[in-house]
Design a protein around this ligand. Structure first.
Ligand code: PLP
Length: 458
């Protein structure tokens, strides 16, 4: 069979990102062969609802002919043009202008990267350059948040605070510091939103004071922590952290790689709190995963300081594929679908339906917490609701849940500690959202019947 030979070729040759290499060799690849709307079809012809939009990226949904056409038209006319030096092409210019027009505040300057990780990496370089240009090169220390994810380039992985991205890789660097997450469900200060925010502000201030205020360059934050388990901060938390950074003159970088492009409701999650960061990173929903692209947004003062600092010299940062015209043409069409095609609006309606549906599972004996905003949600499983006891790590709840959901025709993302996440395409119908919830209920019921889980609950 075709799929069997592919599975063997995969095992022999393809190194999978963020996989257990040994575990993957044993299990083999799960092949997908086609997709349409919010549905993916696997190699056996089984149709599944993609409750995770690929990797929280296919926000527009699969199979939009107009996106394919935009890419094909650009490829036929001008498949590549470098953005190096003074060169350029129409699509990236139009995209930069369209993004600047829609971005919060004065985030008017756009640098295009290839994805999220190199967008984050680019900000680290821009932040360093900014402080050099300001005559404060000693501001070279960076702070981020525990449970955060900022990609897996070497510098970004050091800002990331998930153990598997550190162990054996020699990061974080000594200039990369962390403060605790807001993680409301398991916060030592309890679940009172104001107490959590006050504790985080106090911790950020203490960290800045400990490092030395004149040494801190930037603070990185996801408006909702994604890969750490979809951790939603209390209302006002992001704003309070932004203000603290302003008080100390520390640059505030919002990493909107997941939350951007309608995932939480508005185009950017910073709008939820009415804040304007100094820099902002995006990727994923920018092109809806059809082709790779990331975008770094810079406030006027950041751009102008770097430009003035460099003077006539080149700012030596860029990639061959920065501002790629095909990716830009795709992003322009995706943006049109979000706005004129009604996807943002549909996502807002479906997000409310998804949250209400998942909240309806809160009384299930295995459900400790349901959280999210818009089309971004998670359920945290526990074996004892009163004590919030996590599923024992050796039961590998994540893999069990993923497998069971797949059997039920649902793709979810399983995180460590029995947390599973949802980020469906914004094009989902009501029936698809309801099916996501119902299939989840089935998965939870089946998990409750699992003898090993039962034993852990006893
Ligand atoms: N930043 C955040 C918040 C992310 O969630 C991700 C990826 O999930 C990244 C950065 C890295 O993006 P990429 O995988 O496109 O390199």
């Amino acid at each position: 069979m075709l799929s069997n030979s592919l599975i063997e070729l995969d095992r022999a040759h393809l190194v999978h990102p963020v996989a257990s290499w040994q575990g993957h060799e044993a299990r083999g690849v799960r092949l997908l062969q086609s997709a349409k709307g919010a549905t993916v079809t696997d190699a056996e012809g089984r149709e599944l609802i993609d409750g995770f939009a690929g990797l929280w990226c296919v926000n527009a949904g699969y199979g939009h002919e107009s996106i394919v056409e935009a890419a094909a038209e650009q490829m036929r006319r001008l498949p590549y043009a470098t953005g190096y030096f003074d060169l350029g092409a129409e699509a990236p210019i139009r995209l930069a202008a369209a993004l600047a027009e829609r971005a919060p505040g004065d985030l008017n300057h756009i640098y295009f990267a290839l994805g999220g990780s190199d967008s984050v990496d680019s900000t680290i370089r821009f932040v360093r350059y900014y402080w050099h240009a300001k005559g404060q090169p000693g501001r070279d220390q960076f702070i981020s948040v525990a449970q955060g994810y900022h990609g897996s380039t070497t510098m970004g992985a050091g800002l990331t605070a998930l153990p598997s991205f550190h162990t054996g890789f020699g990061v974080p660097y000594e200039w990369q510091h962390k403060i605790s997450s807001h993680y409301s469900y398991r916060n030592p200060v309890g679940d009172d939103p104001e107490a959590i925010t006050a504790a985080s502000v106090a911790e950020l201030k203490a960290k800045i004071e400990e490092i030395g205020p004149e040494r801190v360059a930037a603070f990185y934050v996801e408006p909702i922590q994604g890969s750490g388990g979809v951790l939603v901060p209390p209302p006002g938390w992001v704003k309070a952290m932004r203000q603290t950074c302003r008080d100390y003159g520390v640059l505030f970088v919002a990493d909107e790689v997941i939350t951007g492009f309608g995932r939480t409701g508005p185009l950017f999650a910073c709008e939820d709190e009415g804040i304007v960061p100094d820099l902002m990173t995006t990727a994923k929903g920018l092109t809806s995963g059809y082709v790779p692209m990331g975008a770094v947004f810079m406030a006027d003062h950041v751009y102008e300081t770097i430009a003035e600092g460099a003077g006539a010299a080149a700012v030596g940062h860029g990639f061959t594929y920065s501002a790629h015209p095909v990716s830009a043409a795709v992003a322009l069409e995706v943006l049109r679908l979000y706005e004129d095609g009604g996807l943002l609006e549909n996502g807002r309606k479906m997000g409310a339906r998804l949250m209400a549906g998942l909240q309806g599972l809160a009384d299930h004996p295995l459900v400790g917490d349901v959280r999210g905003r818009g089309m971004l949600a998670a359920i945290e499983m526990v074996t004892d609701k009163a004590k919030k006891t996590p599923v024992p790590a050796e039961l590998n709840a994540a893999t069990r849940l993923f497998d069971r959901a797949w059997e039920q025709g649902l793709v979810i993302r399983a995180f460590a500690n029995g947390i599973f996440g949802y980020a469906p395409p914004l094009c989902c119908t009501e029936a698809e959202i309801d099916a996501i919830v119902e299939r989840t209920r089935k998965v939870l019921d089946l998990t409750l019947d699992d003898p090993e889980i039962r034993q852990a609950m006893a």
